[in-house]
Design a protein around this ligand. Structure first.
Ligand code: UDP
Length: 418
């Protein structure tokens, strides 16, 4: 199948750079996994750097194509709405008529979804969309000044949901959110993201020696307040004998910036000072996926305390490395982490409960070992990219009308005979 992944705001080539996050990881790994299944995959991204050529061979059967729309410089994702018309028209021009171009278009993030609709307006091609976060949910969970404000996003996400041929939700929680928005359940399918189980493995080098006598709590993600690193710093007061290591780069909405001058990094260090844990908090900045695997392996526990998280890749990456998770029970995390089996879930924004869970788990080696092996099993059985790509392949076949497998054809032949 010829598959177009439209990911204007999530180039696989940006993976590991400041500003890249879960969407980048997802698109890159999905493209590689579909390529391994033998599909011809093209990932369409917005040109934000004049250097790379129009087409870059990224992996076997996968090409990244740069589309010019707006300045060839990084722009905050949510400033790109006015550029999506041009982006979509440029895609249509590149694809040409009905006999050329992709069989199916899979868009990632609402803005790329709009570009995909523009691109397929004249020459129809099935459009599948994965939102990677919904404005309506963010508005409910995040304070008014940090949820992007009213703006057109929520309305456009609803329109996108009604016009796309399929909406891919990544969790039951997202299905509920989509239902609240009025997106038809029949047009929605759940396919959770995978984890790169070749990079994130239990064995391999571990990062940086820990300070003698201290357990390591790791937390990973972009340095934005809603990721809840502040709650972790506060909780550390009640978790003696442990250090908190935060790995992640500057805010993707305002990349790239020096870690020293990053307002969130400074806020966290000031908070650590205020609550008397400054000597046990370290902020590392953005690292590559390979380096990140080493940080996971070095940890006794992964702590994940976001105020809201549509899916949450970092708990699964940690689990793939055999690290138990303590997390707020929000969004997709409540489904990927099994309470008391692969980690501990606590109510969101409850710093006391968070500290209690961390203290108890860090003090119980046997429980940690049992969570670690259950975590590895869970990832290997449910969250491989092979599985995600195969399930999406089925979705693509359904929307392109190529769903009939030889088994279906046999069934049809039998019903005609009887
Ligand atoms: N990540 C990375 N380097 C870093 C920090 C994070 O490559 O220094 C990746 C991490 O592996 C994960 C993603 O960024 O795949 C974060 O995804 P998540 O879903 O946890 O959060 P999001 O970025 O989508 O808010």
């Amino acid at each position: 199948m010829r598959i177009a992944l439209v990911a204007a705001q999530a180039s696989p080539l940006a993976l590991g750079r400041p500003g890249a996050g879960g969407r980048h990881t997802h698109v890159a790994a999905l493209a590689r996994a579909l390529g391994r299944l033998g599909h011809e995959v093209r990932v369409y991204v917005r040109r934000e750097d004049p250097k790379p050529g129009d087409q870059v061979e990224y992996a076997p059967n996968v090409t990244v194509e740069h589309i010019a729309a707006g300045p060839d410089a990084p722009l905050p994702p949510d400033d790109q709405l006015p550029l999506m018309g041009d982006f979509g028209r440029a895609l249509a021009a590149r694809w040409g008529g009905a006999d050329t171009g992709p069989d199916v278009v899979h868009a990632h993030y609402w803005l790329s979804g709009l570009a995909a609709l523009t691109a397929t307006a004249d020459v129809r091609r099935p459009v599948v969309v994965t939102y990677h976060g919904l404005a309506a949910a963010e508005r409910r969970h995040l304070p008014v000044d940090r949820n992007g404000g009213p703006g057109p996003r929520a309305g456009l996400e609803r329109t996108l949901g009604s016009l796309a041929d399929r909406v891919v939700a990544q969790s039951e929680d997202e299905v509920t959110e989509l239902g609240r928005m009025g997106v038809r359940r029949a047009g929605t399918v759940i396919v959770p993201s995978g984890v790169d189980t070749e990079t994130f493995t239990p064995s391999g080098p571990a990062a940086d020696h820990r300070r003698p006598g201290l357990r390591r709590i790791l937390s990973v993600g972009p340095l934005v307040e809603r990721k809840g690193f502040g709650d972790l710093v506060e909780s550390l007061r009640r978790v003696p004998g442990a250090e908190l290591v935060v790995v992640g780069g500057p805010d993707p909405a305002r990349p790239p910036r020096d870690l020293d001058r990053d307002p969130e990094a400074r806020r966290l260090l000031q908070l650590a000072d205020k609550v008397g844990v400054a000597d046990r908090v370290r902020i590392i900045g953005a690292v590559t996926q390979e380096e990140l695997a080493g940080w996971y392996r070095s940890a006794d526990v992964l702590a994940c305390a976001p105020w809201y998280e549509p899916f949450g890749l970092t708990p699964l990456e940690a689990m793939a490395c055999g690290v138990p998770v303590v997390a707020y029970e929000v969004g997709g995390i409540g489904e990927s982490v099994i309470d008391n089996v692969t980690g501990v879930l606590v109510p969101p924004r409850d710093v006391k409960a968070l500290a209690g869970a961390l203290r108890a788990l860090l003090g119980d080696e046997v429980r940690r070992m049992s969570f670690a092996s259950a975590a590895i099993d869970r990832v290997r059985s449910r969250y491989t990219w092979e599985r995600t790509a195969t399930e999406l392949e089925r979705v693509y076949r359904t929307v392109t009308g190529a769903a009939a497998t030889s088994e279906d054809e046999d069934d049809e032949a039998l019903s005609e005979v009887s």
